[in-house]
Design a protein around this ligand. Structure first.
Ligand SMILES: [Ca+2]
Ligand SMILES: [Ca+2]
Ligand SMILES: [Ca+2]
Ligand SMILES: [Ca+2]
Length: 329
């Protein structure tokens, strides 16, 4: 089966192997229509020097990848924003510990153990090991808020939002990157159907290495809703859970995994009472490892911000019980 209209390659795509080899390795899954299928590079105009790849998706120059190309936002969701290349399923080999003093290294004693003759990173303490920047397709606002380390798989997850198309506003973003180099393993984004400011606020890693992301999704049905999704280490979507409280404004801001694998989410739930008044409560919920709610969410006692807070009245009295401001001795 080859990719075509109605199908797309699903998998982690990154540099440096050639595109066609990548297509042979990536599993092809018929899940949804691709956004835009090009026939020639002249149709790829979202940025300078666009290229119509053999997949029929537009890609644009990106010097940070050996292949030199990154799929544009018009590519299917699972490919948009990631490098044209191949599955990078093995973490980069560390040069520190190979016994050779490589570029930027100050020493290398064939190991990465602490408290011996050479630092575990082979550089002086305080040295910046790498820096990575990410710029979305629209060259507009892109921000990261959440970070979770997956040491068993030598990678980490970053959650936030990206702006791919200005009219779509912000979209939820999750990226998996290698700890060793900061290199991108895969990138996933999600946009609510109301074309609003969707955002991923936090991410946690469960005992299977799955990334659990929470944030806010803007929908036509529920306004702002709490959004919770699990991704496998290969970037596959496992499940999605949402919470809407009668069309109110709900969001997830923190997520953590318990020792028994349950998921705890904290955030807020509120009602827009107009005039800029948001009556928001702290909101907490617990889910099983497949995203099913466990019991009713906990919500703090409502605080009505649309009403003035009660005035604290202080009475100043003399020892004889008279007000010194009005009483003359
Ligand atoms: Ca070395
Ligand atoms: Ca940007
Ligand atoms: Ca959006
Ligand atoms: Ca809502």
């Amino acid at each position: 089966m080859s990719p075509g209209r109605g199908c797309y390659a699903r998998g982690s795509v990154s540099c440096p192997r050639p595109l066609l080899f990548a297509l042979a390795l990536a599993s092809i899954t018929c899940l949804r229509e691709p956004g835009f299928v090009c026939e020639e590079s002249a149709q790829c105009v979202a940025a300078k020097d666009g290229v119509c790849t053999d997949l029929g998706w537009c890609a644009y120059p990106d010097v940070t990848c050996e292949s030199g190309l990154r799929f544009g936002d018009s590519a299917p969701e699972d490919a948009a924003g990631i490098w044209v290349g191949d599955v990078e399923d093995e973490p980069p080999v560390s040069l520190c510990g190979n016994g050779v003093v490589d570029e930027l290294e100050s020493c290398d004693d064939r190991n990465r153990e602490p408290d011996d003759s050479c630092h575990p990173q082979c550089v002086e303490p305080g040295t910046v090991l790498w820096t990575v920047r990410w710029d979305g397709e629209a060259h507009s606002e892109d921000k990261a808020f959440g970070l979770a380390i997956d040491p068993a798989n030598e990678s980490f997850y970053v959650s936030g939002f990206t702006t791919s198309i200005v009219s779509e506003k912000q979209d939820i973003l999750l990226q998996r990157r290698w700890i060793e180099t900061g290199g991108l393993v895969w990138s996933r984004s999600h946009a609510g159907d109301a074309h609003g400011d969707d955002s991923g606020e936090n991410v946690a890693v469960d005992s299977d290495g799955n990334a659990i992301v929470t944030g806010v999704e803007i929908t036509n049905a529920g306004g702002a809703d709490m959004w919770l999704r699990a991704y496998a280490t290969d970037g596959e979507e496992l499940w999605t859970t949402r919470h809407d409280d009668a069309g109110g404004i709900e969001r997830g801001d923190g997520v953590a995994i318990t020792a028994s694998g349950e998921i705890v989410v904290v955030g807020s739930a509120g009602i827009d009472r107009g005039g800029g008044m948001i009556d928001a409560d702290i909101w907490m919920a617990r889910y099983d490892r497949s995203g099913t709610p466990l019991g009713a969410p906990t919500r703090t006692v409502p605080v009505r911000h649309d009403q003035p807070p009660p005035q604290r009245r202080v009475r100043l009295l003399t020892r004889s019980g008279q007000n010194p401001l009005t009483h003359r001795a």
